[in-house]
Design a protein around this ligand. Structure first.
Ligand SMILES: [Cu+2]
Length: 474
């Protein structure tokens, strides 16, 4: 990966059109004139805040051999030859410009999970044509929020994401506390055959989606981490698995949750475990530990409607000799004003259901349909959505491009206020969320983040429209 920061230069602005038509050899795959124009406009409008920079990243998706377990090679699809792909780091107000070259044998796109960006840069098939093998596409947008995000393929996801096409994004604010160390821990899993190669997943085998037989942390099976005694670390954890839920525990020790999908949360929250559905992130502060301790990072049993799995090991932490800590007591929270009162009435209902087809296949539906077309959302108008799961398995609801607040879960207020882009909706449960679209009109979507469910149609498209645009439609 080439990654360079550069100071903002005003003349960049005038080079955009040229760039988009091949200034760096990039190709625009615009399915329609309107989409091409939206892309050009979004590209041109992506300028860093004063003092910010343009973070340029070149990624190539290609086949490579990777060792999930030592001594056994698996043919994977990876960004720049590594699983997960390169960590992308930037600051709020920077512009991220990623040029993706497709060296795979099939088309691909990139989705920026959790980032608030223009619709044209969202990487879905609604806003761009897939990048064909041998071609390239440049994504460019401003980074609006601090937090832990991730990027992953949004084409043939059940195959491409499992094979390795995902990576982490860290966006920092100017005023974050200092810890002794920060780690990005990307959780995933793969289903490998006896020769260590990917198997073809038959969706009928498991209605909960594909759970792998090899669990991964940062692309490695059960790695060992070393933390120095007496030190305090910030862990940014991403669940990039296709369907696996992780009820994360750090040796059963208490840890503090400082952030979730949309960055820092309100208040002080100390827990012993936290549930991460596919797509979700959490930021926790761990330590200090005593020298010589051995701590297992595991997923505790959780039943998502598929039966309870046992305790599953993800990594072992060895605590080394004591080292000085530069991390004192920290005040780190943010005020989050509730978007709506807890008693607000829902403006939309989203029903997740399952249905057995004539062929015996289980279908996962939204409001009774596959690829549901939901009603438009007007910029600035509060949305209160009831997400109702009438099926017998949990579904993680993921909204593209916007953050929401959880208002309640089955009438129970959340333990803390936070911004989220993904929330688990338990089997038979209901989650009420609230959000307001800021001025980023275009085609957006929400879907179940169990990739097999998404692929089978458990998703919805909707338009975000400006108030004037909507009234002129009528
Ligand atoms: Cu689902």
């Amino acid at each position: 990966m080439s990654l360079h920061h550069e100071h903002h230069k005003h003349h960049e602005h005038s080079t955009h059109a040229h760039h988009a038509h091949g200034g760096h050899g990039s190709v625009v795959h615009a399915p329609s004139a309107a989409v091409a124009a939206d892309y050009q406009r979004a590209y041109a409008q992506a300028e860093p805040e004063p003092g910010g920079t343009v973070v340029r990243v070149d990624l190539e998706a290609r086949e490579v051999d990777w060792e999930f377990t030592p001594g056994r090679l698996t043919r994977v699809w990876a960004y720049d030859g590594q699983v997960p792909g390169p960590l992308i780091e930037a600051r709020v107000g920077d512009v991220l410009e990623v040029r993706l070259t497709n060296g795979l044998p099939e088309p691909t796109t990139l989705h920026w999970h959790g980032l608030r960006l223009p619709a044209a840069m969202d990487g879905t098939d609604m806003v761009q044509r897939p990048i064909e093998p041998g071609q390239a596409f440049t994504y460019r947008f401003k980074l609006m929020d601090a937090g832990t995000f991730w990027y992953h393929s949004h084409s043939n996801e059940t195959v491409q994401v499992e094979r390795g096409l995902y990576g982490a994004i860290v966006v920092r604010a100017a005023d974050e506390p200092v810890f002794d160390r920060e780690r990005v821990l990307v959780i995933s899993d793969v289903m490998l055959d006896e020769s260590g190669q990917f198997t073809t997943f038959d969706g009928r085998e498991q209605r909960g989606g594909r759970e792998g037989n090899v669990r991964l942390l940062n692309g490695t099976s059960e790695p060992e981490l070393v933390i120095w005694g007496g030190q305090v670390e910030r862990w940014r954890i991403i669940n990039a698995a296709s369907s696996r839920y992780v009820r994360l525990s750090v040796g059963g020790r208490p840890f503090r949750i400082v952030g979730t999908g949309g960055g820092v949360i309100e208040g002080l929250t100390i827990v012993r475990d936290v549930l991460l559905a596919p797509g979700e992130r959490v930021e926790i502060v761990v330590g200090p530990f005593e020298p010589g301790e051995i701590i297992e990072v595991v997923s505790e049993p959780y039943d998502r409607g598929m039966g309870e799995h046992g305790t599953e090991l993800f990594a072992t932490v060895r605590v080394g000799p004591a080292a000085p800590s530069q991390c004192g007591p920290f005040e780190w929270t943010r005020q989050i004003a509730p978007l709506v009162r807890w008693s607000a009435s829902p403006t939309q209902e989203i029903v997740f259901s399952e249905q057995i087809g004539a062929d015996g296949d289980v279908r996962f539906l939204i409001n009774g349909e596959r690829h549901y077309r939901a009603s438009p959302v007007t910029v600035g108008e509060p949305q209160v959505w009831d997400i109702i799961n009438t099926s017998s398995v949990d579904h993680p609801f993921h909204l593209h491009g916007f953050f929401f607040q959880v208002v309640d879960r089955d009438g129970i207020l959340p333990a803390y206020l936070s911004w989220e882009d993904t929330v688990n909706v338990p089997a038979g449960g209901r989650v009420r969320v609230a959000w307001v679209a800021d001025d980023r009109p275009g085609e957006w979507m929400y879907h179940c983040h169990i990739l097999e469910h998404h692929a089978s149609g458990m998703m919805a498209h909707f338009a975000v429209v400006r108030p004037s645009a909507q009234s002129s439609d009528m």
